[in-house]
Design a protein around this ligand. Sequence first.
Ligand code: SF4
Length: 234
Amino acid sequence: MQCNVPVIAAPPDTYPVNEIFESLQGEASFTGTPSVFVRLQGCPVGCPWCNAKHTWHVRPEREISVSAMTEKSELPCDSYSRCDVSTLANVVRAADAEHVVITGGEPCMYDLRPLIAKLEAWHHRVQVETSGTYVPLVTPTTFVTVSPKYEMPGGRTVLDEALARANEIKCAIGRRREIGVVLEKLDPIQQANGTPIWLQPLSASSRATAICIKAARRYGWRVSLQTNKFINIR
Ligand code: SF4
């Protein structure tokens, strides 16, 4: 199956923003950290189990105002607002949390450096969550979480440059054979760079969780649980 999602170049220093909300980071190294989430619109990777399919397409007819985006009540929703750096940074600044998570969609479709530089100048710590299929254009101090997506319908390749830039690698695991991919392609990076590998059970199923725990014990990896789901928050 081919996923023909076009990659739309954004005008310079603007970003299509699906939503901005505050919650706790529920996964991996920053679990439990109060965070502002900035969800960008657009992703051509096409993971069949994606829980953010509403972010895949950037359709001009679905563009809305910034205020309409920040006040969205109908969620999930594929509408988005095109925000310039100052507008977006000011919305983030109005929230309480110091930690900012830029997610998607696939945020690394866009050059994130102008936005992150502005947020860091205002003393935010910025984490970017990416599939590893684009080179992350981020500042040197950005915390990059790569969740590598291999052989997905969109046909994109996980890039060595993205994996080399990762501060952590987080793998969604549903089946036992996926452990072999982690062992072959990702464990050498942990061995070489010390980049922690997190296994995250797909859909928190008990079978996937057991596979993750067994592999983490055997190979020195970690298990990431989507803790926000346990307490029923986003
Ligand atoms: S990379 Fe993320 S947003 Fe894109 S299809 Fe996969 S899970 Fe969904």
